[in-house]
Design a protein around this ligand. Sequence first.
Ligand code: NDP
Ligand code: 8X3
Length: 265
Amino acid sequence: MPAADASTGPLAGLLTLVTGASSGIGAATAEKFAEAGSSLLLLARRRARLEQLAAQLQGDHGIETRVLSADVSDTAGVTGAFEGLPERWRSVDILVNNAGLVKGVAPEWEATPEDVDVMIDTNVKGLITMTRLCVPGMLARSRGHVINIGSIAGQETYPGGSIYNATKFAARALSRALKMDLQGTPIRVSSIDPGLVETEFSLVRYDGDAERAAAIYADTVPLKPEDIAEAVLFAATRPARVNISEMLVFATDQAAARMIHRRQK
Ligand code: NDP
Ligand code: 8X3
C-alpha cells in the first residue's frame, strides 16, 4: 500500500512521546497519532519491537520517528537517554505517559518487595520522571499536553489489586495536581482511564502464564487497545481551549472494576 500523506493531519508539526509504545495501548496510540500526522518518539525497554513499529509507521504514514530504548523506572538511565537526544527530539509537544504494569494478585501483606518496587517505580516514579523531563520544555515553548493513562483501578480498589490500585490512585492524584500546578499556562493535562483492555497486561501480571491471562478476556468482549488510543487522540485533538480532564472508558460488558459480564459457554 502506498504511504498515506499524514502531513495535513490534525497533529502535523507536533512531536508526541509515547511511553510503553512496544505493546498494547501504547503501540495503538502510536499508530493513531501517526495517522494524525504527529512525529513520534517511541519509548519502551524492548528496542526490537520499537524499531519494527517505527519502520511500519514511517512506511505507512510518512511521519518521522525515533526510538528510545529505556526503562522509565531507572531514573538516571532514562534521564540520560532522553537528555542525550538532539534538541528537536527533546521538544515534546504531547507526552503520553502510558508505560505501566501490574505484578500478581497478592494481598498487600503478601506482595513481594520486588513486585511492590517494580509497580511503584514504573507506574508512579516513571510517570513523574517523564513529566519532569518534558514539562519544562512545554512551558518554555508555551504549548504542550500531558496525557496520563490511568485506570479504573485508580478509582476503585478490588481484591488482589492493592499495590497496583495504589499506583493508579497516585497517577490520578498526579494528573489532578499537575493541572493545578500548570494553572494559568496553556499546557493541558488529561487522564484517560481504561477498564478491561485485551493487551499483554495480564500476561505480565501472571508472569507469562498465557492460559491464566487468556481467562481474563474469556467469555466477554473487552476493549481493544485502539479503543483507548482513539480516546487519547480525541483528547489531543480538541481545540486549545478544551481540556479533557478525565475520561473513564469501559467495555460495554463492564460496569465496575470487578463487574464484568461473562456469557455462559
Ligand atoms: P502492555 O503490557 O501490553 O504494555 C505495557 C507497555 O509498557 C509495554 O510497551 C512495555 O514495554 C511498557 N513498559 C512496562 N514497563 C516499562 C518500563 N519500566 N519502562 C518502559 N516501558 C515499560 O499493557 P497495556 O497496553 O494494557 O498497558 C498500558 C497502560 O495501560 C499501563 O499503564 C496500564 O496500567 C494501563 N491500563 C491497562 C488496562 C488493561 O486492561 N490492559 C486497563 C487500565 C489501564 P517494554 O516491556 O518493552 O518495556
Ligand atoms: C487495569 C485494570 O481492573 O483490569 O488497569 O486490573 S484491571
